[in-house]
Design a protein around this ligand. Structure first.
Ligand code: PEP
Ligand code: MN
Length: 343
């Protein structure tokens, strides 16, 4: 059940609802949006129905929810959310390019990749310091040393950083460097990690599990939201199908499907879905056309030497094509490039 407060509800009104719910043995999770506060109730619905919450001061509506997610649903939050990452918006009015190396390898490689990304119009830098690799023998990332390199490159370029977190115990450490925490496809259903990033105070990019349905993905986002963090950006990165021509199949329809179900922004990762450099620009164009709020792409100054995912990393020539697409296509759909908002 969800209690939607009126835009002018007072803090005391919210507290009174929470107190009544808790006194009845329920749990109340408060989500404070820009315009209104929503309280998600966990517990016995029949008990809540008898509490007459609708009559309480400041309450606009009380709803039973059939969808298994509430806080991330558009039903109670029709206006689309804009998430700010180090001042850079990701949302319905803009188009945000995130680019950088798959993995942070050296200071030089990370700086060069960041400069390539910036020249192509990226306003956020990606780069993994903790790499969740399918093989235990593959490069696992530089760990905290990688975070330090990212922080130095942010200093040099001004690009806020998006970096992956793979272990709930590392949240404080990674959050002390990162502007946005990335939860990867292999961890989408790591509920302890989702709860930890939900308490981190940092925006979160939640990639779709490669075997997850859209509903399971939104429930994963709900775990983060339930801990009070609604600064969530979803990322479609391809799903497993029978097709072997590509690493994964980009589920392009997930973008409008998610936009209809959730107020959260959704971006597309054409690099990890196709797994092939030659597909990144065409898939990017498709993502823009279908209404994605941004892209996250792999870039490497020397892909042939990359320790991770070289075959999908863009080099200068492809980046020029990507930059043109990102400059020209979003304005046709009423979006402007996502520039940082001055503090
Ligand atoms: C990544 O973005 O570096 C990554 C590992 O992606 P995914 O989780 O989508 O495989
Ligand atoms: Mn990768």
């Amino acid at each position: 059940m969800v209690v939607v407060m009126k835009p002018d509800a007072e803090a005391d009104d919210v507290n009174a609802v929470i107190a009544r719910v808790e006194a009845a043995g329920g749990e109340a999770f408060v989500s404070r949006g820009v315009t209104r506060t929503i309280i998600g109730l966990v517990g016995d619905v029949e008990t809540f129905s008898g509490l007459n919450l609708r009559a309480m001061p400041g309450v606009a509506d009380v709803m039973r929810v059939s969808a298994p997610y509430k806080l991330v649903s558009r039903i109670h939050h029709p206006e689309m959310t804009t998430v700010f990452v180090g001042g850079v918006p990701i949302g319905p009015d803009t188009f945000t390019l995130i680019a950088g190396p798959c993995a942070v390898e050296t200071p030089q490689q990370t700086l060069e990749a960041a400069q390539m990304a910036q020249a192509a119009g990226a306003t956020l830098l990606r780069g993994g310091a903790y790499k969740p690799r399918t093989s235990p023998y593959a490069f696992q990332g530089l760990g905290e040393e990688g975070l330090r390199i990212l922080a130095n490159v942010r200093e040099a370029t001004g690009l806020p950083i998006v970096t992956e977190i793979v272990d709930a115990h590392d949240v404080d450490l990674v959050a002390s460097y990162a502007d946005m925490l990335q939860v990867g496809t292999r961890n989408m259903a790591n509920f302890a990690l989702l709860q930890a990033v939900g308490q981190s105070g940092k925006p979160v990019m939640l990639k779709r599990g490669m075997q997850a349905t859209v509903e399971e993905w939104l429930m994963a986002a709900e775990y983060i939201a339930q801990r009070g963090n609604l600064d969530i950006v979803l990322c479609e990165r391809g799903i497993r199908t029978f097709e072997r021509a590509t690493r994964n199949t980009l589920d392009i329809s997930a973008v409008p499907v998610v936009h209809a179900l959730s107020h959260l922004p959704i971006i597309v990762d054409p690099s990890h879905s196709g797994g092939r450099r030659d597909l990144v620009v065409p898939l990017s164009r498709a993502a823009i056309a279908v209404g994605a709020d941004g892209l996250i792409v792999d870039v490497h100054p020397h892909p042939e030497q990359a320790l991770c995912d070289g075959p999908q990393a863009l080099v200068d020539e492809d980046l020029r094509a990507l930059a043109a697409a990102v400059r020209q296509l979003p304005p046709l759909l009423g979006r402007r490039p996502a520039a940082p908002v001055p503090a």
